[in-house]
Every structure is written in structure tokens, then in C-alpha cells.
Ligand binder design. Structure first.
Ligand SMILES: [Fe+2]
Length: 262
């Protein structure tokens, strides 16, 4: 990644006021190279977590400043297994409140492949590694929970199934409820004259538990609520869904635990 983008990301993170958590809210946003299977939203530049046309999108708008820094996913060198191992030693929480839902947005697409590397080696952007534990409301880890994950690229655009489910994938928790995947830090996108905070979409399910569709945000993002322009079901101010990233050998690494209701 360039020195400029590195500085950008570090300054972006430096203003973090919320730490340790994971769940926030937010609507989906997207733009793909084709039609949006989920709601007819524009594919080539439109974004709107609520499925509206993005009348406010200016192609040249603040993307340069709004998009978080990125580096090649191929540079991702960290080991998700190591991250999982570290998590296994962590004490379970005393209480587990169900993860709050967030707007699904119009760009979910079913049928994403099972994989823990969501970004191809040549995907532009800063390497990202997210890991965590999926639990039930009694805090017991849930083995075999399914996480359907999707996100925007470095420019804030989404890509559909026809693009090899770019930046999409399904991840399953192990026997101890742990999951991990690698991707790139998603870009932000303009909405309604402002900018949505960067986010990753999750749809999480497990037999016998209530599924949740939500979004994960990043600490220090200046566009988190109350400055998030998405007000249609978005809630990017939930500290439990705001993840603090740590630069580990060039990989922006964070933890996002999820709790499903009964
Ligand atoms: Fe989105």
C-alpha cells in the first residue's frame, strides 16, 4: 500500500472512540457490474442500503478521501489459524446479548461459495482479517453456524455472482464456534450528499437459533452514526458492532463476535 494510504488508514483509526466491540448497524450499499438481484438497484455506481437510487452519488465525489486505504489482498500474510488459536484462549463473556440486526441492503446474493479468502490475490485494497466466535444467548459457542459475508470493494462498489461472487463468501464455525476470513478493507461510498461508513455485511444462522442479518463497522470511521447518512434501518452507532483494527504485519486485523437469539 502506498505511504499516503497507510497514513490515511492510520489517521482514520486514530480517531477511534469506540473499542473492543463488534456490532453496529447500517444498511447495505452496493454497486455491481450488473443488475442487482436483490432489488433492482443500480449496478454501475448506485448505492443505497435501503435500495433507493443513489441520487446523491457523484462518481468523482469524495471517494478518494472517503475510501479507506487498501493494499493488495495478496499481501495478506497473516494466519487466520493463529488468530483463532488466540481467540480460543480468551475467556467467554459473562453475558451474551443477541447481536442487533442491521439493514440488509439490496446487494445480498445467495449462493456464495464456501471460502475463507473472500478477496482474490489481485483484489486492490488493504488486507483485512476478521475472526470471532458465534454464540447462543447462553454464551455457549455454536459449532456449524453459517456466516454469509459480503462487502464492497475498495471503491465502495459491490459485485455480483457473475463476477465469481467477488468479495462474497460463506464461512462455517468450527467445533468451538470460531470463524475467520480474510478480505480487504471495504471502501466507503457516497449517499445522499454524504458518505456511508465502511462496513461488512453478515447473515448468520444456526439451527435452533434466530438468524441475524447485520453489519460490522470500523472504529474511528468518521462517518459512523450520527453522521451516517443511512437512516433507513441503519444503526452504525452500536458499539457492539464497531471493530477496532490492529495492523499486524500489514494485515488489518479485528475481532467480531456474534450472538444469536434463541
Ligand atoms: Fe453495504
Amino acid at each position: 500500500m502506498s505511504e499516503r494510504t497507510r497514513r490515511d488508514v492510520l489517521s482514520w483509526m486514530a480517531v477511534a472512540t469506540t473499542t473492543g466491540g463488534l456490532l453496529g448497524c447500517g444498511g447495505g450499499s452496493s454497486s455491481t457490474g450488473g443488475a442487482d438481484a436483490a432489488g433492482g438497484a443500480r449496478l454501475d455506481g448506485g448505492h443505497d442500503d435501503a435500495g433507493r437510487d443513489d441520487a446523491g452519488r457523484d462518481p468523482d465525489a469524495d471517494l478518494a478521501d472517503a475510501a479507506p486505504p487498501h493494499r493488495g489482498a495478496a499481501d495478506a500474510a497473516s494466519d487466520t489459524g493463529a488468530a483463532d488459536a488466540a481467540r480460543a484462549d480468551a475467556a467467554p463473556p459473562a453475558t451474551c446479548d443477541p447481536t442487533r440486526p442491521d439493514a440488509q441492503g439490496p446487494f445480498f446474493q445467495a449462493g456464495a461459495p464456501a471460502r475463507t479468502q473472500l478477496a482474490a490475490d489481485d483484489e486492490p485494497g488493504d488486507a483485512l482479517e476478521i475472526s470471532g466466535v458465534v454464540r447462543g444467548p447462553d454464551c455457549a459457542p455454536l459449532a456449524g453456524a453459517l456466516l454469509d459475508v459480503w462487502q464492497a470493494d475498495v471503491n465502495g462498489d459491490y459485485h455480483d455472482a457473475g463476477a465469481d461472487y467477488r468479495l462474497r463468501g460463506q464461512v462455517v464455525t468450527d467445533a468451538e464456534g470460531r470463524y475467520a476470513f480474510r478480505s480487504i478493507v471495504p471502501g466507503r461510498y457516497p449517499l445522499g450528499g454524504s458518505t456511508r461508513p465502511a462496513h461488512v455485511h453478515f447473515m448468520v444462522s444456526h439451527p435452533g437459533h434466530r438468524p441475524v442479518t447485520t453489519q460490522m463497522y470500523f472504529a474511528g470511521d468518521p462517518f459512523l452514526a450520527p453522521d451516517d447518512p443511512c437512516t433507513a434501518g441503519c444503526d452504525s452507532g452500536d458499539p457492539a458492532r464497531i471493530v477496532e483494527l490492529t495492523d499486524r504485519a500489514g494485515v488489518m486485523t479485528g475481532t467480531f463476535d456474534i450472538t444469536l437469539g434463541a
